[in-house]
Design a protein around this ligand. Structure first.
Ligand code: SF4
Length: 223
């Protein structure tokens, strides 16, 4: 890599400022947001959480008792709602059985052990597990979504065929593993991916354009 995470972080915060602090959310809402955030914009996640709040689904127990159809309808604003509703139920049951429904008890588990437990749950992949570890449990890890990986691959900082584990290794130790900065770094990279680094990149207006390789972004077929 010819550029440091520090430099990218500096450019992102210069362009966007720091993202709003989400600490107003309860630990349970943060956990729900982690599951809903895959392939969804922050506004979609906010809308789905607002709809759950309006329906008074404020605990793992109340979510677990909802019918599959009702839950799917409530979280529809976040997209892919059938699959996400299955995941939410799995997480709610896990919390109830392992931690008596307490997110606070869950986050007190060590990083390694909690990651192992989350990955053992059906339908919970490494990206969701790492998202929960960073954004809910405040552990120093980095969830690498496909669209964030695409930014780094286009700049040839990451091999274009790097799998999830390789991408995650690439972020290991980034920003001195400082969670206070890893959280905004992840949020802002996701924003760059959504605003500019789409299937067709809009490099001309992008804050990272001066960091492109001389020949421009790597051009391959992106999903
Ligand atoms: S400069 Fe182009 S390739 Fe780089 S992040 Fe922005 S849109 Fe993507």
């Amino acid at each position: 890599m010819t550029v440091s995470h520090e430099e990218i972080y500096a450019r992102l915060t210069h362009a966007y400022g720091l993202p709003p602090n989400l600490s107003g959310r309860t630990p349970w809402e943060l956990l729900i947001a982690s599951v809903l955030s895959q392939s969804a914009a922050p506004k979609q996640v906010d809308d789905a959480i607002a709809s759950l709040t309006q329906a008074a689904v404020l605990t793992p127990q109340s979510l677990e008792q909802l019918s599959d159809d009702d839950l799917t309808a409530l979280i529809r604003p976040a997209g892919n709602s059938k699959s996400k509703s299955r995941k939410l139920k799995i997480i709610a049951r896990f919390l109830i059985h392992e931690y008596d429904g307490s997110v606070e008890a869950m986050v007190a588990t060590s990083q390694e052990s909690l990651r192992e437990k989350l990955l053992a749950l059906k339908g919970i992949g490494p990206e969701t597990a790492d998202h929960i570890l960073l954004h809910v449990a405040g552990k120093p890890t980095f969830p690498v979504s496909a669209r964030i990986a695409r930014v780094f691959k286009r700049h040839e900082w990451l091999e274009f065929d790097a799998d999830y584990a390789m991408c995650q290794e690439f972020f290991s130790g980034a920003l001195e593993s400082d969670v206070e900065r890893l959280v905004p770094y992840q949020v802002l990279l996701d924003r760059i991916a959504g605003d500019y680094c789409r299937t067709r990149p809009r490099c001309e207006q992008c804050p990272l354009r001066t960091l492109l390789p001389e020949q421009g972004p790597l051009e391959i077929e992106w999903a």
